[in-house]
Structure formats: structure tokens, C-alpha cells
Design a protein around this ligand. Sequence first.
Ligand SMILES: Nc1nc2c(ncn2[C@@H]2O[C@H](COP(=O)(O)OP(=O)(O)OP(=O)(O)O)[C@@H](O)[C@H]2O)c(=O)[nH]1
Ligand SMILES: [Mg+2]
Length: 301
Amino acid sequence: MSESDQTRAGFVAVIGAPNAGKSTLVNALVGQKVAIVSAKAQTTRSRVMGIAIYGNAQILLMDTPGIFEPKRRLDRAMVAAAWTGAQDADLILFVIDASAAGRSHVQRIVKDLESRKHPLIVVLNKIDLVKKADLLTLAADIAGRLAPEQIFMISASQGDGVDDLKQALAEILPAGPWLYPEDEVSDATDRMIAAELTREQIYEQLHQELPYSAAVETESWEDRPDGSATIHQQILIERDSQKGIVVGKGGSRLKAIGAAAREEIARHLGRPVHLFLHVKVNPRWGDDRGLYREIGLDWAD
Ligand SMILES: Nc1nc2c(ncn2[C@@H]2O[C@H](COP(=O)(O)OP(=O)(O)OP(=O)(O)O)[C@@H](O)[C@H]2O)c(=O)[nH]1
Ligand SMILES: [Mg+2]
């Protein structure tokens, strides 16, 4: 086998501050949606693997929750999941929102990465929002402090620079057999993805603290003889007073969340979906071990 026939495969941990564009980038590299995205910070709650292929390389991208100063148990579990993802990887991909690079939690991650053991690629994202001169200053600062293998300037949402980055990742990964079937794009089960797609609508359609106080669980799933799926999900919220907001006037908000989520889930599955949403108040869902397991998080003490 010649050198160019040699397959490559490896894990890339995609880390960064909340809202940097990590999940957007993972979706862009994979070429389809495997991770949910929102304009609000702290959207991703657990590690999700997206699988991208470039030439002979299988790039296993670990999307991780944003790294910030955790307060609640859920926050601690999320940040722990991000750093564990980084430890397990062959390469760290550090995504920085170039328009918000001065923020304290970004600077904190830079500091933490100074003593890393892993090879590092830095991505300056959202270049569509930043002046070229500022971008070059930022790149020089990061190069001086972290000495990464490479720095890329991209726009994940517009696709600029994504292909060059993908090629670089493919070239840096170790030689070895592919670790997943070639048609697989994610390690998440359909049950998990369906719950995430409903949660994405909660981030999209509800505001203030509500998305952060909500979790979604797929309760039951029935594949029907006509090829459709009947899915029941529970939206867990922390307080009685939040119920009215989620349900809306005459049930209108819950209906809109359900309609949009159903469409997304049906697109993901490639078949019709009947989606039933139930709202349940549970002030202690953030302390429910079973739910952590369901969403793929380790319990944090
Ligand atoms: N202008 C611009 N916006 C972007 C770009 N990439 C991502 N975004 C937006 O940034 C917001 C956050 O994107 P996400 O992909 O959810 O960010 P994340 O880093 O995964 O966030 P967490 O999961 O909360 O840590 C969304 O509104 C995206 O549409 C970009 O290149 N340019
Ligand atoms: Mg995310």
C-alpha cells in the first residue's frame, strides 16, 4: 500500500467558550446537522461526536459544552465533559469567537491550554464580524501564547475556510484504520437527537432563563407499520410559574415548539413523525442522576 492509500483516523476535541460556534463548526465539517445550535450561550450540554470524512481520513469530532465558570451541578458536569473530551483526543481544536476573544472565560481557557499535552489547532471563528487588522492582532497574540500547530480564520456559519481546516485535520491525524462505519455521521442515538432537536426549539422560542431551566427526555418511541414514528417527550422545567410560558396562550407556544421540532426530527429520520410533548415540573431535575445518564453526562459532585 502506498503512503497515499494509508487510512487515517482520530479524535478531535472541539472546545471553547460558550457560543463560540463549536457546534456550528462540527455540523459544517460533517456536512450535516449532528449538533444543535442556538444564539444563546450554553446550548450544548453533553459530548456529541460528529464524523467527517476527508479523502482517506475519518475525523471524529467531539463537540463539547462551552467552558465557563460553573455554578450549578449541571454546569459543573458540562465543563467536566468538555475537559474530559480534550484529554481523550488526539488533537484539540480550540474555537474562539474572534469578536469576543477578550472576554475573561476565553482568556481563562487560553491560560489553561498553555500547559496542555496535546497538539493544538486554533480556529478564529466569526471572521465575518471582525476587522481584518483586529484578526491579525488576535492571531499573533494567540500564536505567541499557545504556539499551536496552525491557526485558521473561518466563518463556520458561512462556510469560509471550513474545507481548508478539514484538510489540515485529515493530514494531522494518525495513520490507522477507520473506527466507525463510513456512512455513520454521529454517535448519538435517534432518541437523543430527537430530544436535542426539541431542546433546540426551546432555545429558539423561549427566552431569559427558561431554556437553561429546561431539559427534554424522550419517554417512548414507537415505529409504526406505515413507516412513521410516534414519539412522546417530556419537557422538564424547574418551577410551576414557568409552565404557562412553555405552554403559552391556549397552548399556542407548546404547539409551535412541537410543530417545529416534529419537522426537524422528521427531516433527521427521513420519515413522518407524530410528536407528543408533555410538560412536567420537577424542581430537582438538575439533581436527577438518571437524566444525566440519558443526556450523556457524568454525574458531577
Ligand atoms: N456571524 C457568525 N455567527 C456564527 C458563526 N458561527 C456560529 N455563529 C452563531 O453563533 C451562535 C452560537 O453557535 P453555536 O454553534 O451554538 O455555538 P457553541 O460554541 O456550540 O455554543 P455552546 O454549545 O453554547 O457552547 C449561533 O447563533 C450561530 O449561528 C460565524 O461564523 N459567524
Ligand atoms: Mg454547542
